[in-house]
Write a protein that binds this ligand. Structure first.
Ligand code: DGL
Length: 262
C-alpha cells in the first residue's frame, strides 16, 4: 500500500479531463495535478521544446513526491514519453488518440481524428495509424484553435461555434461516422462539437477519447507495482499551475466541477 499522490500533468487545462476520470475511477488515490499553462499550447511547438517542457513538469511532480506519473497530454506523450520513461525511475502512464476503438466499432465510414498539429505528424501516432487496417478511413483534423479556446476561459457557445466553424467547416454536409478527441482539452468542448455535428454533418457521429483507457491503465499499473492507496480512504487532490494561479485555479475548479466523463 502506498498513499503518496499520483502526479498528472498537461500543457494546461486539458489534463483535468483525465484527472477527473481517474478521481472517479480510483477514489482512494491522491493526485497532484500540474498544468503548464504558462507555456500552453504545446501543439505548435517543436518536439525538442515539448520534450524539455514535459521534463520540467515531470521533475516538478517528482520533487513533490509523486509515486507515479500520468502524462495527460497526447502531444507531450508523442514527443517525450520514451525519454521520460527511460530517465525517471517511476511508473509512467500516457495517452494515445483512441483511433483503435473507433476503427473496431466502425462500419466503414469516415473518422475525424481531432488533435494538435504536432500529434498529427508525430511518428508515434503515424505508426499507430499504420498498424491499423482501416487507416484510410481516418482524416486528421489539426485543431490548435480549440486548445486555445479552452485555455482562454471564454467557454461561451459563440466562442466555441466560431472555432468549430473554422476547424470542422471543411466537412460541411458530409457523413461522419465518428470523431476521436485526440487531445485532452477537447472533451471539455464535447457538447459543442456534438451540437455542431448535428447541425452540419449527415448522421450522428460516435465519440471516442482516451481518458477512460488511461485511467484504467493507471489502476492496473498501481496494482502491479504494489503502489495502490489503502482501500476505503478518500484521496485528496492538489492543483498546481505554472501560470497565474489567481486566474487559473478558479478555472481548474470550474472545469473539474462541470465535467462528467461518463
Ligand atoms: N492537451 C494536450 C493534448 O492532449 C495538448 C494541448 C496543447 O497544449 O497544444 O494534446
Amino acid at each position: 500500500m502506498d498513499n503518496r499522490a499520483v502526479g498528472i500533468f498537461d500543457s494546461g487545462m486539458g489534463g483535468l479531463s483525465v484527472l477527473k476520470t481517474a478521481q472517479l475511477l480510483l477514489p482512494a488515490e491522491s493526485f497532484l495535478f500540474y498544468g503548464d499553462n504558462k507555456n500552453a499550447p504545446y501543439g505548435t511547438r517543436s518536439p525538442e521544446e515539448i520534450t524539455r517542457l514535459s521534463f520540467d513538469c515531470a521533475h516538478e511532480l517528482v520533487k513533490l513526491g509523486a509515486k507515479a506519473l500520468v502524462i495527460a497530454c497526447n502531444t507531450a506523450t508523442s514527443a517525450a514519453v520514451n525519454d521520460i520513461r527511460t530517465e525517471l525511475k517511476l511508473p509512467v502512464v500516457s495517452m494515445e488518440p483512441a483511433i483503435k476503438p473507433a476503427i473496431e466499432h466502425s462500419k466503414g465510414g469516415r473518422i475525424l481524428m481531432m488533435a494538435t498539429p504536432r500529434t498529427c505528424v508525430q511518428s508515434r501516432y503515424l505508426r499507430l495509424l499504420d498498424r491499423l487496417d482501416q487507416a484510410h478511413q481516418v482524416v486528421n483534423v489539426p485543431a490548435i484553435e480549440l486548445v486555445e479556446a479552452v485555455e482562454s476561459g471564454d467557454w461561451s457557445r459563440q466562442a466555441f461555434d466560431r472555432v468549430l466553424q473554422k476547424v470542422l467547416g471543411p466537412f460541411e454536409g458530409q457523413a461522419i461516422e465518428s470523431i476521436v478527441l485526440g487531445c485532452t482539452h477537447f472533451p471539455f468542448a464535447r457538447e459543442h462539437i456534438v451540437r455542431y455535428a448535428r447541425a452540419h454533418f449527415q448522421g450522428e457521429p460516435a465519440f471516442y477519447d482516451g481518458n477512460l483507457g488511461t485511467a484504467r491503465q493507471l489502476g492496473r499499473v498501481l496494482k502491479e507495482q504494489g503502489l495502490e492507496a489503502e482501500p476505503g480512504r478518500a484521496g485528496v487532490t492538489r492543483l498546481l499551475t505554472s501560470g497565474d494561479s489567481a486566474r487559473i485555479l478558479p478555472l481548474f475548479n470550474r472545469l473539474l466541477a462541470q465535467y462528467d466523463p461518463f
